[in-house]
Ligand binder design. Structure first.
Ligand SMILES: Nc1ncnc2c1ncn2[C@@H]1O[C@H](COP(=O)(O)OP(=O)(O)OP(=O)(O)O)[C@@H](O)[C@H]1O
Ligand SMILES: [Mg+2]
Length: 490
């Protein structure tokens, strides 16, 4: 039972509220009497400025009756300002003249109807009825728009497997609760999609969703990106710049690849999360913000904490609630649906009519483990849409599957001698590549951002290679595929 409501007692319906704005006392009195008899709750004010104050104080009348001719601020100016303060107001104008230009101006400014003084009671009733109908139509439109937004958002988050249906359910539960969420999962599984859906389903949906890729910038730059700076904070800081935390005020900040953040910045972020405030670089005073933090990583967090790369206290602050998005290979039943989804997306984007892929392409797609997850599938479908080559796509899938199988850890390695020359060369190339990657990782204490820099490849390319060579869980001892070296922990 809700507080303040007695079981079994039917509450009287709430009275509709009307605000009357007119400088003439007789008209105010006349309208108040008529409307109160009809069951309205009537408030009256004598000028535009009083009306603006009334609305500014948070009053939300169901209807407003507004006189056009008033001293100081006239009715049209009052209407303009009232609509700026609350575009949802339902206003009926009231005037001695029905000059067409004034009527047109009022309607353009958002008035629903226009009554000419003196008016009879039935005219007032008709104007109110029309206004009520418009108001109801507006509410229906709004509800329909929200429903459509939700539908679009749901359609961009596809879920069919039991794991993903559960995640969708969890998102719906988690979204309205204003606490940090930690999203983990391999690269390309849909962590950002999950983060956006949490934001869109939260009460912050009308505010900003600000994404920051913590792996994309070196430490100092990331710090100024997150917290902003004042002029002179460092060489080149000519003008003040707000940070992403400020831009996300009242909304959500999505800290992607959080485990790549430098230890110094991890400590600073922890303080920000504790105090809800921070200072721009070079500033004296602190800024208070109201931001919901969502963080994501594709690294094995427990491993990163064990090796000291990621602060445990920060993790526990960020993971009040956590979600793990499973890799595509663990929900391969979703592949046909996702294939079709991306097919539609890119057919529309490239304005091509593309036929469904041949069944054997889908069958091959179901057998391939998709180490790059949905993003890899998406890129594959994009190529399919551009080239429309079933045979080529099938060949590509079979080759990728073969490479994967060759790379997968095996208990019984096949001696290079037993393979063809081509395979032998490929094995040696992979061996050299994997050795270089392992070296770079060891040298950088498994900091993948720095390792990518040493290797001269992008961070994403390194992640892909690590997964391909089964190096993705970091320092643990792993057995690798045939003809490739064993990586030992340091
Ligand atoms: N549930 C889903 N339904 C439909 N499309 C999805 C879904 N999840 C992911 N995608 C699509 O797959 C692609 C990769 O998703 P996203 O960028 O969210 O992955 P990610 O885990 O953040 O990747 P990374 O770790 O590389 O940043 C995007 O194009 C996204 O639209
Ligand atoms: Mg992402």
């Amino acid at each position: 039972m809700r507080e303040g409501k007695k079981a079994g007692v039917k509450e009287a319906p709430e009275k509709e509220k009307i605000l009357v704005i007119d400088d003439e006392p007789s008209i105010r009195k006349y309208l108040q009497t008529l409307l109160e008899v009809d069951g309205f709750e009537v408030s009256t004010v004598v000028s535009g400025s009083e009306a603006l104050e009334f609305i500014g104080d948070g009053a939300r009348p169901d209807f407003v009756i507004l006189d056009v001719l008033m001293p100081e601020m006239d009715g049209l100016e009052t209407l303009r300002r009232l609509m700026a303060a609350d575009p949802g107001l339902n206003v009926i104008m009231l005037s001695c003249s029905n000059e067409v230009s004034t009527v047109v101006k009022a309607i353009r400014l958002g008035a629903h109807d226009y009554l000419t003084k003196p008016f009879e009671k039935p005219e007032l009733d008709a104007a109110l009825l029309k206004c009520r109908q418009k108001k109801e139509l507006k509410a229906e439109n709004q509800a329909l728009r929200e429903y459509c937004d939700q539908l679009t958002e749901d359609l961009s988050f596809l879920a069919a497997s039991p794991q993903m249906l559960k995640i969708r359910q969890q998102i719906l539960q988690i979204a309205p609760v204003d606490v940090p969420v930690f999203i983990s999962g391999e690269s390309g599984v849909g962590k950002e999609v999950v983060a956006r859906m949490i934001h869109l389903r939260s009460s912050r949906r009308q505010q900003a969703f600000v994404k920051v890729n913590c792996a994309a910038l070196p430490g100092e730059l990331l710090e100024s990106e997150l917290f902003g700076y004042e002029p002179g904070a460092f060489t080149g800081a000519v003008r003040a710049k707000p940070g992403k935390f400020e831009l996300a005020n009242k909304g959500t900040i999505f800290l992607d690849e959080i485990a790549e953040m430098s230890p110094h910045l991890q400590a600073k972020l922890l303080h920000v999360l504790q105090d809800n405030q921070f200072a721009r670089l070079g500033a004296r005073g602190a800024i208070q913000v109201d931001v919901r933090v969502l963080a994501a990583t594709n690294v094995h967090v427990q491993e990163a904490m064990r090796s000291g790369r990621f602060r445990e206290d920060l993790y526990y602050r960020l993971s009040v609630l956590s979600l793990h998005v499973p890799p595509l290979r663990e929900r391969s039943d979703e592949i046909p649906m996702l294939f079709r989804h991306f097919l539609l997306k890119y057919s529309e984007k490239f304005q091509k009519t593309v036929s469904e892929p041949a069944p054997h392409v889908i069958e091959a797609a179901l057998r391939y483990p998709w180490p790059g997850n949905l993003r890899e599938l998406e890129n594959f479908v994009k190529r399919y849409v551009i080239l429309e080559d079933n045979d080529g796509s099938l060949r590509e899938l079979l080759e990728m599957t073969e490479t994967q199988q060759r790379m997968a850890p095996s208990e019984e390695p096949v001696a290079p001698r037993e393979q063809g020359l081509k395979a032998l060369v490929r094995g040696l190339k992979d061996e050299a590549e994997m050795g270089a990657i392992a070296d770079a990782l060891e040298k950088t204490n498994w900091c993948r951002k720095d390792a990518a820099k040493i290797l001269g490849i992008s961070y994403k390319a390194l992640l892909y290679k690590m997964r391909q060579f089964n190096l993705d869980t970091g320092r643990s001892t792993r057995t690798a595929g045939p003809g490739v070296p064993v990586i030992k922990s340091s």
